[in-house]
Ligand binder design. Sequence first.
Ligand code: GRF
Length: 235
Amino acid sequence: MSDSLHPASRPCRIAVLASGRGSNLAALVAARAAGRLPVEFAGVFSDRAGAGALDIARAHGIPALALSPKEFADRAAFDESLFSRIAAVQPDLIVCAGYMRLISEAAVRRFAGRMINIHPSLLPKYPGLHTHARAIAAGEREHGASVHYVIPALDAGPVIAQATVPVLAGDTPETLARRVLEREHPLLVASVRLLAEGRVRQAGAAVELDGRPLPAPLLLGPDQELHLPCVSSTA
Ligand code: GRF
């Protein structure tokens, strides 16, 4: 039985949503070019015409489109237009990589189980904005990033994989963000690879790897690969 997002006869098609510079998109593009990511890019979409991610897409011959939220009556109308355009390029998987807009429930439901997001915190800690500053203010010794399925509640979907970094004495939100971002790139590449290979799927509130529920998110190792977590037992 295969729960693959796409037919075995062709690679997984991904659409990427990004609002900013696009370093996570660039990591996906580089991994694919190096033969380390079996996907094809269906398109890159943004809510900001000036997003660097669009330039990266165009430089690599990937269709790129921005829509301005200001030209729509409300979030529902914007998302209906954006996600219809995304649907038109027939992606198997939508990757939110620095997409900074809330997504309407209708759009989330339309692509349930086929839309993931990378978030710069160890979810469920620090959903939302300013995660690095909040982690420092709370005295965290460890911070990181998560790749999770998108559900209607913000940054709350089942977590597929995480990467951790230490919080160092003297860290500012900027130095910590840089350290996290370095790990975001291999985390996203490795997560998308597992999805593209059909090895990971959402099963309700859980994530399955090779048909078995994960007891906790996969963890990015120093080898840039994802590993099963060691789950301690108190039994
Ligand atoms: C990343 O830190 C991502 O986790 C967050 O926004 C940032 C986007 O960076 N959601 P980039 O545009 O991929 O460089």
